[in-house]
Design a protein around this ligand. Structure first.
Ligand SMILES: Cc1ncc(COP(=O)(O)O)c(C=O)c1O
Length: 428
């Protein structure tokens, strides 16, 4: 096992990420990059509006994974043989791609994980166990996904710390004045989502980071719904940690990233022990590897990382600003059209929203909405969206949620509206 790894100068460059020229967004051409979109569901053309749960994969990602197994498969960071070098380079090149994608300062700040959930748990277990004690406070918000609630509850339980929750107004926006009042020297970390998977609300994370830092607290951003929809620059946002998942941004499942400030990561102990995260092991003493390997114990998800790189290249090629503009158009169009539906009420009407629309229909359980839409080939999500406290806040057991991605169209929004008219007809 080698401790250090040098990325050669042939490392990939991302094009089109920040400030990409606005291109003519040819959604029909883009759709052809996603083989699954041409299949049918229940005998009807598939309309996939469950992108907040997971996104579909472009052929570039699928082909990259096939090429990896056809030509490059080997374990990474171990061995001098040819294939091991090829696989290691492919894996480490993606670290550079991710670094550029989120504008981190160094590859050392990019830790590969299984996804957002594991990234947050890494911070909780490594940084949290070392730095949080009895009487300390951790701040999250009322609109968090369970994966940004439960790890902090576990830590608070273990340490005797207190979990505090930023409240949300009726539109689904965090009440920033309340947040300001909650900050005090006992707060060790603030952990909030960049965008809500259940409501779409985009949080003012740069402002929230400034406020946290002014009170001596760190800030972690759950970026699972940020990276797919927003230009993310971790230096401009000035956040300490940023977690996200590949599968929500057109990459494979089972892989994600924890970005962390280098000095912070340096100060944190490893959280899992095993191969690759060590420099030397003896029964008397083990010394740990340098960043980022210190946090990557065991054989990683190499195929996933390699596919993830292809996904980020794909997104960067389209330009995240162009994707965002397309999605905002769909959001506005679909929101306006959905107002036609009798008895439909939006849950989450924040001014700043990602392309997620949550709603309830008077007299119809969301699962019934989902089932009737499914019969028409339309995939939306129904349920609590792993945000049960948020559902309680809005006094609903569940919602229907249509979430739009870079390949969705106005025509698909029209089909959703027609499908919902049918739901009303059946239950009317
Ligand atoms: C806002 C948010 N945070 C965290 C997660 C968890 O992501 P993963 O299951 O990929 O770890 C999700 C997934 O739905 C999410 O939407």
């Amino acid at each position: 096992m080698t401790a250090t790894f040098k990325v050669e100068d042939s490392r990939p460059r991302l094009s089109g990420q920040a400030g990409a020229p606005v291109l003519h967004y040819d959604v029909e051409r883009i759709r052809r990059d996603f083989p699954i979109l041409s299949r049918s569901a229940r005998g009807k053309p598939l309309i996939y509006l469950d992108n907040a749960a997971t996104t579909q994969k472009p052929k570039a990602v699928i082909d990259r994974i096939v090429r990896y197994y056809t030509e490059e498969n080997s374990n990474v960071h171990r061995g001098v043989h040819f294939l091991s070098e090829v696989a290691t380079k492919a894996y480490e090149d993606v670290r550079t791609v991710v670094k550029q994608f989120v504008n981190a300062r160094s590859e050392k700040e990019i830790i590969f994980t299984r996804g957002t959930t594991e990234s947050i748990n890494l911070v909780m277990q490594s940084w949290g166990r070392k730095n949080v004690g009895a009487g300390d406070e951790i701040i999250i918000s009322a609109i968090e996904h369970h994966s940004n609630i439960v790890p902090w509850q576990l830590l608070c339980e273990e340490k005797g710390a207190r979990l505090r929750v930023i409240p949300v107004n009726d539109s689904g926006e965090l009440i920033i004045d309340e947040y300001e009042r909650m900050l005090n020297p006992r707060v060790k970390i603030v952990s909030v989502g960049h965008a809500s998977n259940a409501l779409g609300t985009i949080n003012p994370v740069a402002t929230m980071a400034k406020m946290a830092h002014a009170h001596g607290a760190l800030i972690l951003i759950d970026g699972a719904q940020g990276v797919p929809h927003l230009h993310v620059d971790v230096q401009a946002l000035d956040v300490d940690f940023y977690a996200f998942s590949a599968h929500k941004v057109y990459g494979p499942t089972g892989v994600g990233v924890l970005y962390g400030r280098e000095a912070l990561l340096e100060s944190m102990p490893p959280w899992q022990g095993g191969g690759d995260m060590i420099l030397s092991v003896s029964f008397e003493k083990t010394t740990y590897n340098a960043l980022p390997y210190k946090f990557e114990a065991g054989t990683p998800n190499i195929e996933g990382v390699v596919g993830f790189g292809a996904a980020l290249q794909y997104v960067a090629g389209l330009g995240i600003e162009n994707i965002a503009a397309h999605e905002q158009d769909l959001l506005a169009y679909a929101t306006a059209r959905l107002r036609e539906i009798k008895g439909l009420r939006f849950i989450g009407t924040a001014k700043e929203k990602a392309s997620v629309i949550s709603f309830v229909l008077e007299g119809v359980h969301p699962h019934d909405i989902g089932t009737i839409l499914d019969q028409q080939g339309i995939a939306i999500r129904t349920g609590h969206h792993c945000a049960q406290p948020l559902m309680m806040r809005f006094n609903v057991p569940a919602t229907g949620r249509a979430s739009f991605g870079l390949y969705n169209t106005r025509h698909e929004a029209d089909r959703l509206v027609a499908g919902l008219h049918k739901v009303v007809e059946v239950f009317g």
